[in-house]
Design a protein around this ligand. Structure first.
Ligand code: PLP
Length: 454
């Protein structure tokens, strides 16, 4: 039996209709280097999506690999209750310099969803322990994504992931999210006043006194289709949360570590959240780890004599894993020593230019938007009306399959193609990705007139 058949015999892949694998067999990757992955048949794929947005600095980045190897010889894991280690301490000490002001207490978890669960429980318990017993609800934006465990799904609002499980989920109050491409107020994200913030004000007026926290994906709603909105929205949200005594949770799992052009998306807003969730880029995509970081004020609501029973009883076995911490230290080394953010900014200008030259006038490209190196191409059936393609045509999926044939790993969100490459991508690699993306689009959309007739 070949590897692919064996895979299908045993493995239930994430986020997949396994029947699709009948015609698109799993690709067996043998090794990776920089932006490239190599399979067992000698084919090369340019990983323009950073392998689910986590590979920050290239596959098998030598600095990060070395850090982990050294750590492996010293200590692989230790219980994190009552015990600690230098790697965790150094990581916090170094991260504090980059984090928005006030975020100084670190809770370690082992994946993004777990850090969101932790943030939700932490804010709920905080409100209880400061006597705000009526604050039990969570607020969130529509079309948000915060992970896939039941708590994280509750504050996520994408039907694709959450709808079926509704009966199991905690009740939340949703605020209509900014949707700048299809702005309800016919404004433009460069110079609007966040007219859509009225939806937040209305929801807070109704539920602000009974809400414990509001969670938000700052500036970028990733899974919603790389939707991007102005930082003014975050500033307004910060003020509104202050006004009502609602905690603000920043889910920077996708946006952290330079993805948006600054270290954190909240840096654009010049305000601090009360709690921040980090994962994905944290370890450069090497090992599963996450952080839930908060303020002294919140931390102290849990601090007291044992018999008060106000401790935060939340733990994961692999919390604070030293290998994960070593990987995260490697990431900081590379970011600091190799001038990565400045380089990424230059590359992002280049990518914007290339995509606009290639696709600016394409009849099926509704918008090309970007934030840092993250670029999204929203495909539409009609540019003028912004009408979407019939989703049953699975245009994005077909482009994905074509791109794979061409050696580009491009995994669209519905009909939204996006580039979210490792920050170390070079100009010639950008050229390669843009050419292959165009070829894949042409081969699928060249037939788009036929689609119109169907
Ligand atoms: C990926 C992601 C999560 C979930 O992280 P996992 O490690 O996959 O559980 C949560 N929020 C955002 C914004 C994400 O992009």
């Amino acid at each position: 039996m070949n590897l692919q058949d064996k895979d299908l015999k045993y493995i239930w892949h994430p986020c997949s209709q396994m029947k699709d694998y009948e015609e698109l067999l799993p690709i067996v990757i043998e090794r990776g280097e920089g932006v490239y992955l190599y399979d067992d048949k000698g084919r090369r794929f340019l990983d323009i999506i950073s392998s689910w947005w986590c590979n920050l600095l290239g596959h098998t980045n030598p600095v990060i690999s070395q850090r982990i190897k050294e750590q492996l010889n010293r200590l692989e894991h230790v219980i994190f209750a009552n015990f600690t280690h230098c790697e965790a301490i150094e990581l916090c000490e170094r991260l504090v310099q980059y984090l928005p002001a006030g975020l100084i207490k670190f809770h370690f978890n082992d994946n993004g969803s777990a850090s969101v669960e932790c943030a939700l429980k932490m804010s709920f318990q905080y409100q209880q322990q400061i006597g705000q017993m009526q604050r039990r609800k969570f607020m969130c934006l529509s079309d948000g994504y915060h992970g896939e465990t039941l708590g994280a799904l509750s504050v996520g609002t994408l039907d694709l992931y959450a709808k079926l499980y509704q009966p199991l989920l905690i009740e939340t109050k949703q605020i209509v999210a900014p949707d700048c491409y299809r702005c309800l107020f016919q404004k433009d994200r460069q110079n609007c006043s966040c007219e859509c913030f009225i939806f937040a004000e209305k929801t807070f007026a109704e539920y602000g006194e009974t809400a414990c926290a509001m969670i938000v994906e700052p500036l970028l709603q990733g899974s919603a289709g790389m939707r991007m909105y102005p930082s003014l929205y975050l500033r307004k949200l910060r003020a509104l949360c202050n006004q009502y005594g609602v905690l603000l949770i920043a889910d920077e799992i996708a946006t952290g570590f330079g993805r948006t052009g600054k270290m954190f998306a909240f840096d654009y807003a010049n305000v601090s959240p009360d709690i921040m969730c980090l994962s994905k880029g944290l370890t450069g995509g090497f090992l599963p780890m996450s952080l839930t970081i908060t303020t002294d004020r919140i931390y102290h609501a849990f601090y007291g004599d044992y018999h008060q029973h106000i401790a935060f009883m939340h733990s994961h076995t692999y919390a604070g894993n030293p290998l994960g911490c070593a990987a995260a230290l490697g990431v900081l080394d590379v970011l600091e020593n190799e001038n990565i953010l400045d380089l990424a900014t230059k590359r992002s200008f280049y990518l914007t230019k290339k995509l606009n030259e290639a696709l600016g006038n394409h009849q099926n490209v509704g918008e090309i938007r970007h934030l840092g190196l993250i670029h999204a191409i929203e495909l539409v059936a009609d540019r003028q009306t912004k009408k979407k393609f019939n989703s049953s045509w699975r245009i994005g999926y077909q482009i994905y399959k074509k791109a794979l044939e061409l050696g580009l790993l491009l995994r669209p969100l519905g009909d939204i193609l996006y580039f979210n490459p490792p920050l170390i991508i070079t100009e010639s690699q950008i050229d390669e990705a843009v050419v292959k993306c165009l070829q894949a689009m042409d081969s699928v959309l060249g037939k788009s007139r036929n689609y119109e007739k169907r």
